[in-house]
Design a protein around this ligand. Structure first.
Ligand SMILES: [Zn+2]
Length: 879
C-alpha cells in the first residue's frame, strides 16, 4: 500500500504532522486502538489452493451476495474441521464435496466440520453461500440526493486483514491460491479483478457477468474487486494488457497521469532481471479510497485523487509517479514474493518504496532521486516514535507495523546495501531473491540467504544493526589540520544513546578531502563510539565531506566554520552535500554573506532540491535580506514547484508590506496555479490587510478542480476573520463539491468559537454518507473545543451506520472536548507564523497551537487508518 497520495510535498506534509507528535497532548493520542494484526504467521491445517468467487450486489442495501467454492488440501493428519476467517457475514449454507454440511459461526470465524478426520494430502471442495453488509473490506460508493450524478462504484481493500469482511476465506499472507472471480453487475458497468478476463456474458435483467481468472497463486489480502461506472484506457507492454480505469467522466485524466506505466514496467523488468510476472496490469482509480494505493496482484487500486486535472498535472515535477511506481514495484515485492507475516512487511513496503527511487533516478535523474532519499531520511529522523523500534518486529499492538520503519527506513536499507555491494552485485542479488522465492512467502532470512548466494557477501551483520536492531548513527564530527605532518585528523563520535536495540554502528563511509591537490576520496569504516582517522593532505583543506553523497542513514553534526559551509554549498559535486550545507547555514547567525550565498543557491543551483532547501533556510533565518532574496528568486524562477515553494516560504514573513503586496499580486495573477494557491494560503496565514477581499474573490472564481477556491477556503480559517462565516457556511453545505466542503468545514470550525449555531451546523454533517465530509466534521468539532458537540458525537457512535474504523477517531475527539485543559497544558507554546500546512518545509518550529491540533487531526486519522492496516495518507492539502 502507499500512504502518500500525491506528491513528494504531500509526503512532506505527512511527515511534518508526525514531527509534531512529541508536542501532542497525550489525551488526544489515546484513541483506543483497533485489533492489531496478527504478528506471526499461523500454523496451517490446510492449504487453500483455489477459490471460485461469485458475487452479486444489492445496491439499495449495500450488500454483497456471494457464493465461494474453495479447493483445499489437508496439511495435518487428523484435521477434523476447517476454520475460515469470516467477519460478520451471514452464512446461508455450506457444502463439503457437494454434500450439505453443518457449520458454526462466530463474529470472525466460520467453522466447517469434515465428515471424518482427514489425512495429509486429502482434498476437499467446500462451497459457501453467504451474504453480508460489509463495514470494511468492501465499499459501496453511490449517488445520493445531494450528489445525484456520482458514478457508482464498488471496490475492495483487503490489506491487511479485511478480505474476511466480504469473503469467508483463509485471511493471512502465509498461503497462496489461484482465483476465479465472477461478478454479475449492471450491463453498463465495468469490472476489474485479478488476472485475465475470460468472458463477459449476458445475465438477464439488464445484468452482465464478468469472469476473471488469476492463474498465478497469491495471498488473499491481494484479492480485488472493482466494479462500477468507469471509463477505460488501454495500453500494453510487450503484448501484456496495461489498462487504466477512471470513474465515469474523468477518463481524459488517465493518460496525463498514468501514461508512463509501460515505461516503468520496462525499467523494472530490466533492472530486476525478472519480467513483470502477471497476465495484465490494471490500475483502477476509485473515489473515497481508504488508502493512496493498493497493489492487488495484477490489478492495483489507487485513489481517484491521483487523477489530477490535466491543467494542474504539469505543475508537479514527478506527477503521480511515486504512487504508480510504488504499487508497480509491489507486483514483484509483495505479490510475486510475499512477506510471510506482518512482522516482515518491510519486504513488501521497503522494497516498493525503494522502487520509487529506482524510477525517479532513471526518469528524473539522480539529483531528484537523491533529494527524495535525503528528505526520506530527515522525515524518518523527525519521527521519534520509530527510533527504538526495529524494522522486523512482532510487537505491534500499540502502533501499526505499516510505519516509517517499514517504508522509509526499509528503503534506506536497500539504498545502503546497493551502495555497499555495488549496482551489479546488488541487482544480481535481487534477481536471485525473486527467482528462488517466486510464488513463495518469505522472511528476512530468505533475503539474506539469497544475497549471500548470489554475491558471496554475508550481510548478517548489516541486517543485524539496520533491520533487527533499531536507530541509526548520530555523528558528531570535527577535524584538525596538522601543518607539519600535512595531515587531517578527523574525530568521529557516535552520539546516539546505546540502549535497547540501538547500538554503536559499524558502517563504511566515504570521506572526501579537498585541499591544494584537489579532491581525494578515502573510504573508511567507522565502528566505535569515538575514533580518530588521519588522512594526508598537502595543505589545509577547503572542504571535508563525511559520507560523500549521503549514502548512510544518519545525522551528522559537523563542526565547520561558516566559510566551509559556504564553500560546500557552492562547490560540492553531489546533491546531498550541497543540501546539507544549505540546511546547516540555517543554524548560523544570519549575515549578508550567508543570505547572499543562499540567495545565489536559490536562483542558480542545478538541483531544485538544493534551491528548495535554500528557500526553507532563508525563511527560517528571516529578516529583510532573506525576504529580498526570496522575492528576487520568485521573480526569476518559472518552474511551478520552485515558485510554489518560495511563495510558501514567503508566508513566514510577517508585517512586510512588500511581501504582502507581492502575495496579493501572485494570488490574483500567475502562470502557476500552485503558486497562486500558495499565495492565497500565505495571505491568510500572515493575516495580511487586504487578505479577506482577495480570498473572497478567489472563492468566487473558477479554476481547474476548484484548486484556487479550495486554497482560499482553507486560508479563511487561518485568517480568522469572522466576516468569512456566511461564505464558509455556504461552501460547507451539502451539494457543493466534497473537497470544497471539507476545506470550508475545517475553516468554519476555527471562527466564532463561542457561536453554538456553527457547532450545531457542523454537527449536522456528521450523519452524511460521505467519508471525507464526516471526517472533516468529526475532527473540526474536536478542534473547535465547544463541548456542546459531545452529544452529537456520542449519538454518532451509537448509530449503526458507521464504518468500524471511525469509532476510535470519534472517541478521541470526544475525549479531546471533555479535557480541553489537558490539551492546552501539553501543547508546546506556539511561536508565530500562521503558515499553512502546505509548505512549512523543514522549518517545523513555526506553528501555532491551532495548527498543531490540526496536524493532530491528521495524525490520529493516519494512525487509525494504519490500524485498519491500510496505507495512510493525509487528506492532501491540494496545493
Ligand atoms: Zn506499499
Amino acid at each position: 500500500m502507499i500512504r502518500e497520495l500525491f506528491h513528494r510535498t504531500h509526503r512532506h506534509c505527512t511527515r511534518a504532522a508526525l514531527l509534531t507528535l512529541a508536542a501532542l497532548p497525550a489525551i488526544l493520542l489515546a484513541a483506543p486502538p483497533l485489533r492489531a494484526d496478527e504478528p506471526y504467521a499461523r500454523t496451517r491445517d490446510y492449504d487453500l489452493q483455489h477459490s471460485r468467487i461469485s458475487l452479486r450486489f444489492d445496491l439499495e442495501q449495500k450488500k454483497v451476495l456471494g457464493e465461494v467454492t474453495h479447493t483445499l488440501s489437508i496439511l495435518r493428519d487428523g484435521t477434523a474441521r476447517i476454520a475460515f476467517d469470516s467477519a460478520d457475514l451471514a452464512i446461508q449454507s455450506v457444502t463439503v464435496n457437494k454434500a450439505a454440511s453443518k457449520f458454526e459461526t462466530s463474529h470472525d470465524k466460520l467453522i466447517v466440520p469434515l465428515p471424518a478426520p482427514a489425512r495429509v494430502g486429502e482434498k476437499f471442495e467446500i462451497a459457501i453461500r453467504y451474504e453480508g453488509k460489509p463495514t470494511k473490506g468492501m465499499y459501496f460508493i453511490l449517488p445520493d440526493k445531494d450528489y445525484p450524478d456520482r458514478p457508482k462504484q464498488i471496490w475492495t481493500q483487503g490489506e491487511s486483514e479485511d478480505t474476511r469482511y466480504y469473503l469467508p476465506t483463509y485471511d493471512y499472507p502465509n498461503d497462496r491460491l489461484t482465483t476465479e472471480t465472477i461478478l454479475t453487475v449492471p450491463a453498463s458497468w465495468i469490472t476489474v479483478a485479478n488476472g485475465k478476463l475470460l468472458s463477459v456474458t449476458e445475465a438477464g435483467k439488464g445484468l452482465k457477468t464478468w469472469t476473471w481468472k488469476e492463474y498465478l497463486p497469491s495471498s488473499t489480502y491481494l484479492i480485488t474487486v472493482v466494479a462500477g461506472e468507469f471509463e477505460e484506457v488501454k495500453d500494453s507492454w510487450h503484448g501484456i494488457p496495461v489498462t487504466y480505469y477512471a470513474p465515469k467522466g474523468r477518463g481524459d485524466r488517465l493518460p496525463v497521469n498514468y501514461g508512463r506505466t509501460p515505461a516503468m514496467i520496462e525499467l523494472f523488468s530490466k533492472k530486476l532481471g525478472v519480467d513483470y510476472p502477471w497476465e495484465k496490469y490494471a490500475q483502477s482509480m476509485v473515489d473515497d479510497f481508504v488508502a493512496g494505493g493498493m497493489e492487488n496482484s495484477s490489478a492495483t487500486t489507487n485513489n481517484s485523487r491521483s487523477l489530477v486535472h490535466p491543467k494542474l498535472a504539469p505543475e508537479y515535477l514527478t506527477g503521480q509517479d511515486d504512487l504508480i511506481s510504488h504499487e508497480l514495484g509491489h507486483q514483484w515485492f509483495g505479490d510475486l514474493v510475499t512477506c510471510k507475516d506482518w512482522g516482515n512487511v518491510w519486504l513488501n513496503e521497503g522494497f516498493a518504496s525503494f522502487m520509487e527511487v529506482v524510477w525517479t533516478e532513471a526518469h528524473f535523474g539522480k539529483d531528484q532521486a537523491d533529494y527524495q532519499r535525503w528528505q526520506g531520511a530527515r522525515q524518518w529522523f523527525d519521527n521519534g516514535n520509530l527510533w527504538n523500534k526495529s524494522i522486523v518486529r512482532h510487537d505491534f499492538e500499540d502502533s501499526s507495523e505499516f510505519d516509517g520503519n517499514a517504508y522509509e527506513k526499509g528503503a534506506w536499507v536497500l539504498y545502503m546495501l546497493r551502495h555497499q555491494l555495488g549496482e551489479d552485485a546488488f541487482y544480481r542479488g535481487l534477481k536471485h531473491y525473486l527467482e528462488v522465492n517466486r510464488g513463495k512467502n518469505v522472511v528476512t532470512a530468505d533475503f539474506a540467504r539469497a544475497i549471500e548466494e548470489a554475491t558471496h557477501v554475508n550481510i548478517d551483520q548489516f541486517l543485524g544493526q539496520w533491520v533487527y536492531g533499531a536507530g541509526a548513527p548520530k555523528f558528531d564530527l570535527s577535524y584538525a589540520y596538522d601543518n607539519e605532518k600535512h595531515q587531517v585528523a578527523l574525530t568521529v563520535k557516535q552520539t546516539q544513546k546505546v540502549e535497547g536495540r540501538v547500538g554503536i554502528f559499524r558502517v563504511p563511509v566515504d570521506v572526501e578531502i579537498t585541499a591544494g591537490g584537489g579532491p581525494k576520496l578515502h573510504p573508511i569504516t567507522v565502528s566505535k563510539a569515538q575514533e580518530i582517522f588521519t588522512f594526508p593532505a598537502d595543505s589545509a583543506p577547503v572542504m571535508v565531506l563525511f559520507d560523500k553523497g549521503g549514502q548512510v542513514l544518519k545525522t551528522a553534526d559537523f563542526h565547520k566554520e561558516k566559510k566551509e559551509w559556504l564553500y560546500q554549498l557552492k562547490n560540492a559535486g553531489e546533491f546531498a552535500d550541497r543540501a546539507d550545507a544549505a540546511a546547516a547555514l540555517g543554524k548560523a547567525k544570519a549575515d549578508d554573506e550567508i543570505i547572499a550565498a543562499l540567495g545565489d543557491a536559490l536562483r542558480h543551483d542545478k538541483s531544485w532540491g538544493v534551491r528548495a532547501t535554500a528557500a526553507d533556510t532563508l525563511g527560517k533565518l528571516g529578516g529583510a535580506g532573506a525576504a529580498k532574496a526570496l522575492l528576487d528568486a520568485v521573480n526569476s524562477s518559472d518552474t511551478p514547484w520552485v515558485r510554489n515553494r518560495i511563495v510558501t516560504v514567503l508566508g513566514n514573513f510577517k508585517d512586510d508590506a512588500a511581501i504582502a503586496a507581492k502575495l496579493e499580486s501572485l494570488a490574483k495573477q500567475d502562470n502557476s496555479y500552485r503558486a497562486r494557491a500558495a499565495a492565497l494560503q500565505a495571505l491568510g496565514a500572515l493575516k495580511a490587510p487586504k487578505a479577506f477581499a482577495t480570498l473572497d474573490a478567489a472563492v468566487a472564481g473558477d479554476s481547474p478542480d476548484d484548486f484556487l477556491r479550495n486554497a482560499a477556503l482553507r486560508s479563511l480559517g487561518s485568517l480568522g476573520d469572522d466576516k468569512a462565516v456566511p461564505l464558509l457556511l455556504q461552501w460547507s453545505a451539502p451539494g457543493k463539491p466534497i473537497e470544497s466542503r471539507t476545506a470550508a468545514i475545517r475553516s468554519l470550525a476555527r471562527l466564532q468559537k463561542d457561536n453554538k449555531d456553527i457547532t450545531k451546523q457542523i454537527a449536522t454533517y456528521l450523519n452524511e454518507p460521505h467519508f471525507p465530509v464526516r471526517m472533516a466534521a468529526i475532527f473540526s468539532l474536536g478542534s473547535r473545543g465547544d463541548a456542546t458537540a459531545i452529544p452529537a458525537l456520542e449519538a454518532l457512535l451509537k448509530s449503526g451506520d458507521l464504518s468500524i474504523e471511525m469509532t476510535p477517531m470519534i472517541k478521541g475527539q470526544i475525549a479531546r472536548l471533555k479535557s480541553p485543559a489537558d490539551a492546552k497544558n501539553n501543547s508546546r507554546a506556539s511561536t508565530d507564523g500562521e503558515n499553512e500546512e502546505s509548505g512549512r518545509g523543514s522549518s517545523g518550529e513555526n506553528v501555532t497551537t491551532g495548527q498543531r491540533l490540526e496536524k493532530l487531526e491528521h495524525l490520529i486519522q493516519e494512525m487509525n487508518e494504519r490500524l485498519k492496516s491500510i496505507e495512510t495518507r493525509l487528506p492532501p492539502p491540494k496545493q
